[in-house]
Every structure is written in C-alpha cells, then in structure tokens.
Design a protein around this ligand. Sequence first.
Ligand code: FES
Length: 205
Amino acid sequence: MSESPTKPEATKPARPRPAAGRNVVRKKVVRKKVVRRKAARRGRKVTRREFPVLAVAWSVFTAAMAMGLTTVGRFLFPNVLTEPPSSFKAGFPDDFAIGVVDTRFKERFQVWIVRDEEKIYALSTICTHLGCTPNWLEAEAKFKCPCHGSGFYASGINFEGPAPRPLERVAVSLAEDGQILIDKSRLFKFEAGQWDDPASFLQLA
Ligand code: FES
C-alpha cells in the first residue's frame, strides 16, 4: 500500500517583527523627551519647597534696595531745617497804626508787633504758662490763651488765668533801609526789668 501524498500545510505569512535595536532607540528618544519636558516645567514653575526660600530672598533683596535708595536720597537731599529766620524785617514804622496789635507775623515768626504813642515793640506769642499760643481778641483788647484761659493786655502784662508772668518781648531796631528789624534771638523779661532796655523797643519821635 502506497501512502497518499499529504498536502503541505498552509502556513501564515510571518508578520515582520521590528528589529530589537529599533525599539531601544525609540525608547531612548521617548525618555529624552520626557526628561526635557520635566526640565522645562521646572524652569517655569516654582515648587512648594522652593517658594519660601525665594520669598525670603526677594524680601531681603527688596529691603536692601530700599535702604540703598534711602541712603542715596539722604545724601542727595540732606535734612535742612526750614524754620523761619530768627530775625526779619517787618516793614516801615508808618506801616503800623497807633494802638493796633499787628497779627501778620504771628503764624510765620511767632511775634505780635504793637505800636503805641511813643514806641514800637514786639511780643513773643508763647504763653508764659505752658507755652500755648494765645489769640488777640480785638473786641476785648486782650490776648487770651485757649489752653487754660490766661489773659494778657496789649502791653504783654498778664492779668488773668494761671500765667505767672507777662509775655516776653523780642529785640526791635531800625535797619539801614529804615525798616523795623525784629530779632527773636534776644528776649526781654518784664520781671527782670529788661523792658527798659532800649533794644527791647523802637523809640519813635
Ligand atoms: Fe496758656 Fe496755660 S498755656 S494758659
């Protein structure tokens, strides 16, 4: 008996497999991309751990800059006292009416200028009780201190309230140009007999 010839089995065509080397290369490329992406992300965002450190560093930097600018500013613009000068010209004697207390120089120079029949004198606006600034009340012809009620006549003599002594007078003279020169650096006290000093008033004719 002869064996019938068997048909050869139909074989599926083998799927071409990618070469192992190509896979490795692809993995490497993907890994590199991931690493690059992470690095880029780190560059843009601050992590939670890094935030406090950066905040402190930024604060220190800002403070240092502010101090530097302040120092430079002080150097460029030093503290200069802008107080009014202690002596000033107040105008000509005829600018002052007899029997009138002139309050024009109260705010800027802290003096009142008074002219009577014979002379011109200047009173300090500092109350002799505790240093407040009285007001001239024209209707009542007196200086009245708003703090504790002391009263002074136009001459500067105290007559009511707790002020223990009269207002002080300041030096008055005539400048070369004929104007009244007030010098606040020289004070004259009534109780010390200094109102008789010729430098404490300007004698008129
Ligand atoms: Fe002027 Fe006291 S300060 S009365």
